[in-house]
Design a protein around this ligand. Sequence first.
Ligand code: FAD
Length: 448
Amino acid sequence: MSENQYDTCVIGAGPAGLAVARALAERELPYTHIERHTGPGGLWDIDNPGSPMYESAHFISSRTLSGFGGYPMPDHFADYPPHRQILSYLTSFAEAYGLRDRIEFGTEVRDVEKNHDGTWTVTRADGRASVHGQVVVCTGSQWHPNIPDLPGDFTGEIRHTVTYRGSDELRGKRVLVVGAGNSGLDIACDAARSADHAAISMRRGYWFIPKHLFGRPVDTIADGGPHLPMWLQQAVFGGLLRLVNGDPRRLGLQKPDHKLFETHPAINSMLIHHLQHGDVTAKPAIARTEGRTVHFADGTRDDFDLILLATGYLHRVPAAQKYFGDEQHPDLYLSAFSREHDGLFGVGFVETNSGAYQLFDSQAQLIASFVQDTQDGRPTAERFARMIRSDRPDLTGGLKFVDSPRHTGYVHSEAFVKYLNKVASGMGWRTAGRPPRTASVRPEAVAS
Ligand SMILES: Cc1cc2nc3c(=O)[nH]c(=O)nc-3n(C[C@H](O)[C@H](O)[C@H](O)COP(=O)(O)OP(=O)(O)OC[C@H]3O[C@@H](n4cnc5c(N)ncnc54)[C@H](O)[C@@H]3O)c2cc1C
């Protein structure tokens, strides 16, 4: 039997898996879709066991720029929608394109195995197996916590934020949040309001970008303005941030050791507010711990009951790790195509500085077009297969990202989109999904 008699297996029904399913369905390509939870939406369903979602979470990219191609978020959504709105958007997306009924819910994939004839066997936790021509792994990259060693013998509680759900957990406690990713910043603000005492430890200074500037979501200003070279964007927006936030050292923060945009953006308007009001204290890196006392790199110390590690995630793929290699950053062409294993793809692994869904959609469209052209024996398929193996474009957009695990393989979204579009147009492929054929169930009917 030849490979093209087999369908494509999509694993995971979060935003990435839904984008892939739609791209395949749009081309009427056969596929099997497997999800271990009881519904679509991925980590945005706070009831999906193991999800890192917490009650105060909102999108950090604006709704205007965050929807899938062909299916924008509705106008009545908040500028930065809360997690329940995002879940309702994803659910309605699955319904609008008829994807939901095709998902095997409550089914965990335990193992993915490459066969000698180039096909793939996918084995479920209950032992059932199926054979596929291609596998698209969309199992998410924020489920497996990265837990650093804390020097010393802290006798309070230490937890990663993957288990954090809401501020009730902080009441009556002295809380130290470690890490200034967007979850860390949100949770430090929860602690500022709910804990007995709150501090946030950051190993470097960051550029804190407010969610709104001039009354508009900040990403829409950057997106709608004239296209400036990167050095000028850094100078103009950096100057603006210095004007808005003042000298960060006044608030106990460190001065950034990098230029604007050279780390994942810290988009948060509230941390500065709480620092200004004394509700939370900024601390540098932890030097060591001793009982309930934490000693910091600047020689100061403070006592805590709970250390919450907002220290990020490993990009693990337990069901297929041996094919994805590096747990921190799988080496995928355009962050989606396995360079070594034909027929293996991953969506949801791109690390970038913009909303992810349009990128997931573009990657999904490319995967589906590649599968289609391969099955139809078109020359574009062979041309693209060669690019998967040998093309290594510079997608940094000229930025020198800081040296940290998160920023390994980090791409500048503008450079990434530009390159995806160039590749797709060279192949005659599209990079965005189309609106649904039938009148859709919009999220306004589902939640507000
Ligand atoms: C607090 C927070 C804020 C964020 N803000 C933004 C934002 O503003 N904009 C943005 O674009 N992104 C944001 N993100 C990034 C986030 O990663 C994406 O929004 C998105 O959820 C990732 O989609 P995904 O489909 O790759 O993974 P997930 O949403 O993690 O979905 C993976 C799915 O795979 C399923 N699964 C896993 N393993 C298996 C298995 N073995 N078998 C079967 N099913 C499996 C899971 O149950 C899950 O449903 C944010 C993330 C967090 C945590």
